[in-house]
Unconditional design. Structure first.
Length: 463
């Protein structure tokens, strides 16, 4: 109803209009569906008007009257909004309880993770035979000279006193004829004049092709600091005219420099075993029976024996290094992908790499763990009980890689778990992200982390 304006001579004090007579109930009823009838017309005086304020006995100013009216309107709107929000929350809770209890982990949760038992752990075999992964060399003959043009590239890990480091070495053939790389030798400044570290697996490299020659492991000096080093390469080249092979003189390359790091003290961090939320999340994603996981498992173990052994794990790790592209999740979202999706896309981040590696190991019947540190995740594979011969494992892996390297593992009451960090290491057993040497004898630990979450991989865990 329109407000009645006060007379012009009315003073500034304002009084609300007197209360209306009791309202008359409307006799309007909704007509039956689809009847073309018009509702009765109700006089305006018969319509109930709900006042949004109470009349005051005392006189108030017009500004106070209008302010009170606005305040009551805001209170009414706020009440309606609050009721709507509570209704939506109630609907979400009912939906979660009926259809997906994972939305409410703190409401129903009596779950206790099942730890792996020592009696159920399966260690891989430790082969004593050579996997012979290199290419068989050609037979050189006397005759016309031949030349080779190539580029060497390499990626070096952090190098520590005592512990040393590794390099992944590649050769690109920039010439017009095939070459065969017999060995790449690293000659560091700190070594004796006749001492060097080299690859032992020969590789053919066609014109225009880049080939991974192998892993090159080396020991570190006794003192930190900058050191020079250079490469020497032994190779053969194919004669373009006759198609025979010529054995070329070793070639020495320019001098380079590397920084050798000191042993690094590490602050303590808290370890958590089988946190229930992480346990369920990662194990629910493990799919060792996925067809794509099975195909990858069969591919990487081909030619490496008929039963589960450490060569299979090393071959799987190399496949991940060579075929998966590291792609970070969006900054506002942390997505963990099932292993089959990672096989299809051939990309992912640290959690995706680790879930895939563990799923393949589980497919083979082995055991693994999933680790989380500040800002990173990685996996580890069970390789033997507390009395395992670590030297035998190292010797087998050195045969696989054709070099001598340092291997890193966790040890607990169940045995040894070798590191599988596909985004930060160059080989199985390499230091994980932020892994550092803590002494000159090869000891290691993880720096710059507040915690270490350790999770047993148990895909069919009991609820």
């Amino acid at each position: 109803m329109p407000q009645q304006q006060p007379p012009a001579q009315q003073p500034q004090a304002y009084r609300p209009p007197p209360p209306q007579r009791p309202p008359v109930q409307s006799q309007y009823r909704q007509p039956p569906p689809y009847q073309q009838t018009s509702p009765p017309v109700v006089a305006a005086s018969d319509v109930e008007i709900i006042e949004e304020f109470e009349a005051y006995d005392e006189e108030i100013s017009e500004e106070e009257f209008l302010a009170e009216k606005r305040a009551m309107r805001r209170r009414r709107v706020a009440g309606m909004a609050g009721a709507t929000v509570m209704g939506v929350l109630a609907a979400i809770i009912v939906f979660a309880l009926l259809f997906d209890s994972s939305f409410l982990p703190t409401i129903h949760d009596n779950f206790e993770p099942t730890e792996l038992e020592s009696s159920n752990l399966v260690a891989p075999g430790i082969p004593t035979w050579d996997p012979e992964l290199g290419d068989a060399p050609p037979t050189p003959t006397a005759g016309l000279a031949a030349e080779a043009r190539y580029t060497i590239t390499w990626l070096t890990t952090s190098v520590f006193v005592g512990r040393g480091g590794t390099m992944r070495v590649n050769i690109t053939n920039s010439g017009q004829t095939d070459i065969y790389v017999k060995t790449v030798r690293l000659v560091p400044e700190w070594a004796d004049p006749l001492e060097w570290y080299g690859t032992t697996m020969g590789r053919y490299v066609s014109p225009g092709q880049e080939v991974h020659i192998g892993l090159l492991g080396f020991s570190g000096p006794v003192a930190p600091g900058p050191y020079d080093y250079n490469f020497e390469i032994d190779l053969m080249a194919k004669r373009r005219v006759t198609g025979t092979w010529a054995d070329l003189d070793p070639s020495s390359h320019d001098t380079f420099s590397m920084d050798v790091l000191p042993a690094t003290p590490v602050a303590g961090y808290t370890q958590y075993m089988n946190d229930k939320d992480i346990y369920r999340k990662v194990n629910d994603l493990m799919q060792p029976g996925d067809l794509r996981v099975a195909e990858l498992a069969n591919e990487v173990r081909a030619g490496l024996g008929d039963s589960y052994n450490v060569y299979w794990i090393a071959s799987l790790f190399d496949w991940a290094l060579e075929n998966l592209e590291y792609v970070s999740d969006p900054s506002d979202d942390d997505i963990w992908s099932p292993p089959g999706d990672t096989c299809d896309s051939e990309e992912g981040d640290c959690e995706d790499y680790s879930i895939l590696l563990s799923s393949v190991i589980e497919h083979w019947g082995g055991n693994s763990r999933f680790y989380i540190i500040s800002g990173h995740a990685f996996a580890a594979a069970y390789v033997g009980g507390p009395e395992m011969d670590t030297l035998a494992v190292a010797n087998a892996l050195n045969k696989f890689y054709g070099t001598s390297a340092r291997y890193s593992w966790f040890k607990d009451d169940k045995g040894y778990w070798i590191i599988l960090d596909g985004t930060s290491s160059q080989y199985i057993g390499g230091l994980p992200y932020n892994g550092v040497a803590i002494d000159n004898q090869g000891g290691w630990d993880i720096k710059d982390t507040e915690y270490l979450y350790i999770t047993d991989i148990y895909p069919d865990y009991p609820e």
